[in-house]
Design a protein around this ligand. Structure first.
Ligand code: MN3
Length: 254
């Protein structure tokens, strides 16, 4: 099964004046499509061709001779996630998010400073993230294609700080791009949904939600239905297995 480019969740000009249609055409049509094409070519005829995108990323990470596959797969995942992190109708963080940002990061202004510092402090190409790490919110930056999942963290929000993400609109002013992103472009409903689904800290919810994220990129109204399905899945057999695993971990056997 070939990997495909998810549909952009908005029109090319929906993020103007903060991100131009020219940037989105170049970034989505050329860069993201390029990663998908390279990935399909590289996995063709290999065991990777039958894996989910997340499995390809986890299994190719840290394998020296599979760097090409890892980079294309991770960049495909990162970009699919990044498109959903933005909206032309950005509001502020939800109540729950505001509370968590306050308790884990000291408040929204501290979070914004930290996120901007991480994004501008990332030398060369990479990504700035808000992640859930061991149940706590954390701000990080990763180099090149690296996604938080390879460190066992759940991505909640990201900003692409490769030059191709902002150079047409902001030239070398990365900081201005990132502060504009935080102020005008973040889809806080998407971030809140990520927090709600992954806060369980378990594999099944994480996987089900990642599927939902792909659907979200294709069809925004479907995300709630998929999130509900993910929660229901936890009430069946998987929930029992997870409970058993949790008990073992708590007893120090896990
Ligand atoms: Mn990019």
């Amino acid at each position: 099964m070939a990997f495909d480019l998810p549909k952009l969740p908005y029109a090319y000009d929906a993020l103007e004046p903060h991100i131009s249609a020219d940037t989105l055409h170049c970034h989505y049509d050329k860069h993201h499509q390029g990663y998908v094409d390279k990935l399909n070519k590289a996995v063709s005829g290999t065991p990777y061709a039958d894996m989910s995108l997340e499995e390809v990323i986890q299994k190719s990470a840290d394998k020296g001779d599979e760097t090409g596959i890892f980079n294309s797969a991770a960049q495909h995942w990162n970009h699919s996630f990044f498109w959903s992190c933005m909206t032309g109708k950005s509001t502020g963080p939800t109540e729950e998010l505001t509370r968590r940002i306050e308790s884990d990061l000291g408040g929204f202004d501290d979070f914004a400073d930290l996120f901007t510092e991480s994004a501008t402090g990332q030398f060369g190409s990479g990504w700035a993230w808000l992640v859930l790490d061991n149940g706590k919110l954390k701000v990080t930056a990763t180099p090149n294609a690296e996604p938080p999942m390879i460190h066992g963290q759940h991505a909640l929000l990201t900003c692409d700080v490769w030059e191709h993400a902002y150079y047409l609109d902001y030239q070398n002013r990365r900081e201005e791009f990132v502060t504009t992103f935080l102020k005008h472009l973040v889809n806080w409903d998407f971030v809140a949904e990520n927090l709600r689904m992954q806060g369980e800290g378990n594999h099944a919810a994480g996987r089900a939600f990642q599927d939902a994220q792909h659907d979200y990129a294709k069809k925004p109204e479907k995300v709630s239905a998929n999130a509900a399905e993910a929660r229901e899945a936890l009430e069946g057999e998987e929930a029992e297995e997870l409970e058993e695993a949790r008990r073992k971990t708590a007893a120090g056997q896990g």
